[in-house]
Every structure is written in C-alpha cells, then in structure tokens.
Design a protein around this ligand. Structure first.
Ligand SMILES: Nc1ncnc2c1ncn2[C@@H]1O[C@H](COP(=O)(O)OP(=O)(O)OP(=O)(O)O)[C@@H](O)[C@H]1O
Ligand SMILES: [Mg+2]
Length: 336
C-alpha cells in the first residue's frame, strides 16, 4: 500500500530583496521587492508501507523542504502530496499524531525538563496506552543507551545524547511512518551506530516506514533499501540501493587470503597472467584483485588462482555507496 504519494511537487520561496545602503533599506521597507527561489521544481515519487528510503542531495538540493512539506510544517506551491491518507498541511493536527519526525538541528523535547518528563508529556499528548509506553521506554532505553541521562534536563545533554533522546521521543507513540532529517549530523561513531541500529530495528521488526536524509552514506547503507537523489530541486535517481550499485559500477574487488607457505607475489603473477584482473598486495598473506564483472567472473578468477595455489579464504567486496554517489554528482552538468 502506498503510504506516501508525491506528484509534481513544487516549492517556491519568496525572498525579500534589499538594495544596498540606508536609502535602499528604506525603499525596501516602503515597497518590498521579492525574488523567487525555486527549491523544488517538479518532484514525484511513491513510497510503499514498510520501505526505508534514503533521500540524498547536496546542500540546498531541497531535502529539508520536501520533509517539511511531507510532515505538514509548510505548504507546497504546487503539486499533489498525500501521506498516510492525509493532505499533510491541511490535515496537520491529525497527521502529526500518526508520524514521527526528527530534525537533527532542532529538538522536539522540552529544554528545561528532564528527558523522562518530556517522554511522559509526549505520552499524554499522544494518549499512548500505559503498557505500550512502558514497553517502548524499556526497549528504546536499551537500544539507544538512554539510561545515564533519563533524569537530566534536555538543555544539559550533549548533541549525541539529545539526538538519541529526540529519536526515542519522536517514536514513543509507535508511528507507522518516520521522517528523519539528518539525525546523525555531528554525532560520534557510537551514537551514529546506536541511531542506525535503532532505526533499522524499527523498520525491520515493526515495519515502520522510514524517510531519511543524511550526508553520511554509511547511514544510508545501514538503514535504507532505496535511494532517491535530488539535484537542485529535481529528482535525478530513484532505485533500490543494490540495483544502483549493480547498475552503476561494474568494478568489483576480490580479496584473497593465502597461507603462510604461499608467496603472495606469485599469486599476483598468476592472476595477471591468467585473467584480465589487476592485482595488488595487501599484506604478507593477502591480495586484492580488481576486475570488471562484465569481462571477468568470480569463479573464473578463483579457479585460475586455485589451480596453482592453496588459498585460505576469499571475499568479494561490493563498491561502496559513497564513491558511486560521488560519481553520479560528478556526471551531472554544473550550475549555469
Ligand atoms: N525559509 C526559506 N526561505 C527562503 N529560501 C529557503 C528557505 N528554506 C530553504 N530555502 C532555500 O531552498 C533551497 C533548498 O533548501 P533545503 O533546506 O530544502 O535544502 P537541503 O537539501 O535540506 O540542504 P542541506 O543539505 O544543506 O540541509 C536552498 O536554496 C535554500 O536556500
Ligand atoms: Mg536540510
């Protein structure tokens, strides 16, 4: 079932233009002039219930604008949007009760209240049944490691602690759908890992639909199955992550480990003589063979090596998303 439908979404911001100098300031006050900034040109996509979608793009591409429209925070200039059966901006009161939203740069908790009191307040706002509240609190505290600071006021939390508390708060009412706008920005590796694991858990165990923006490809790879890429207000790619990887790169790496008794340089020579792969020594017992999957197959490559040498292990490495996305952007025409 489609949980998000977006067609021809357009958003224009009206930006006041000020002429320089005092006279200019006065003139802008008397007769303000505006210029129009098109943040979203004509964006469309459908998202099915239970999907986990990464929404990518450079700074200013229009990601946060899209999330604000989908969560009902602001209205669109044109197009059609339906989320969870609602028109987000028009039905925003009912809409927000059924979704979770986390904006990395802003907290949804109360600054002066201890975390646990914020959670309590959210629980009564959303009328969460007591048993569900207790279960979620227990599970979230464990997964997001909240125990040490549940009784600390939000304003005293570090960024990573606040972010984890925010996530828990936004999801206590078991929303079917969650929007996360840069939930890991500025977090250390541990906090990032906790956030990723938590969101993945909700998606996989509870079927929560996830719509996530992040500049960290490891978040996208760790959480999402599908990728939508936006470039200056237009969608330029929309596909499963595995398919993107498969389609856009033909290069693969095979890491081969050999026993102590085998000379890795001999193995490199064997590969170069018998295949079109290119090989480098990684260590005393390990080599990396880079090959084009269109012209060399893994069984062939492994077979060539094994006919002449004993091997302990081999591992096929997929290309990483970071370099693929970088390539997608490099191939785009530059700004006029
Ligand atoms: N309130 C606003 N008024 C005017 N222009 C705005 C406003 N909010 C965003 N914009 C402009 O709209 C465009 C899209 O901004 P948006 O915040 O959606 O980008 P983003 O993809 O979230 O970028 P980032 O990765 O930096 O968070 C930008 O050019 C931005 O300057
Ligand atoms: Mg943004």
């Amino acid at each position: 079932m489609k949980i998000i439908e977006v067609r021809d979404l357009r958003k224009e911001y009206r930006i006041p233009e000020k002429e320089p100098g005092l006279a200019g300031t006065v003139r802008s006050l008397v007769r303000p002039r505006y210029r129009t900034k098109v943040a979203l040109a004509s964006v469309g996509f459908d998202i099915e219930t239970g999907e986990s979608v990464g929404y990518l793009g450079s700074n200013g591409a229009g990601k946060s604008t899209t999330i604000k429209i989908l969560t009902g925070v602001m209205s669109a200039t044109g197009g059609f949007v339906r989320v969870n059966g609602f028109e987000p901006h028009r039905d925003r009161k009912r809409h927000v009760r059924e979704l979770g939203a986390v904006f990395g740069h802003r907290t949804g908790l109360w600054w002066d209240l201890p975390v646990i009191d914020s959670f309590r307040a959210l629980s009564s706002m959303y009328e969460i049944p007591e048993a569900a509240y207790r279960t979620n609190l227990e599970v979230f505290t464990e997964l997001l490691e909240l125990n040490d600071f549940l009784s600390v006021p939000v304003r005293q939390l570090s960024l990573g602690q606040r972010m984890r508390a925010d996530l828990a708060g936004a999801l206590l009412h078991n929303p079917r759908l969650v929007f996360l706008d840069e939930p890991t920005a500025g977090l250390d590796l541990n906090s990032k890992a906790a956030v990723r694991q938590f969101v993945r858990h909700l998606n996989q165990q509870h079927g929560t639909t996830v719509f996530l923006t992040s500049h960290d490809m490891a978040d996208i790879e760790g959480i999402c199955d599908r990728l939508i890429i936006l470039d200056r207000g237009s969608k330029i790619l929309d596909d499963g992550i595995d398919r993107v990887k498969h389609r856009l790169t033909t290069s693969r790496h095979l890491i081969v480990t050999v026993p102590d008794t085998v000379d890795v340089n001999e193995v490199v020579r064997t590969v170069h003589d018998g295949t079109a792969a290119s090989c480098t020594v990684l260590g005393r017992q390990q080599i990396s063979c880079e090959f084009d999957r269109a012209s060399v197959s893994v069984p062939h490559l492994v077979g060539v090596i094994m006919r002449q040498h004993e091997i302990v292990d081999f591992e096929l490495r997929e290309p990483d998303l970071e370099s693929i996305v970088q390539r997608i952007f490099q191939q785009r025409p530059t700004m006029p």
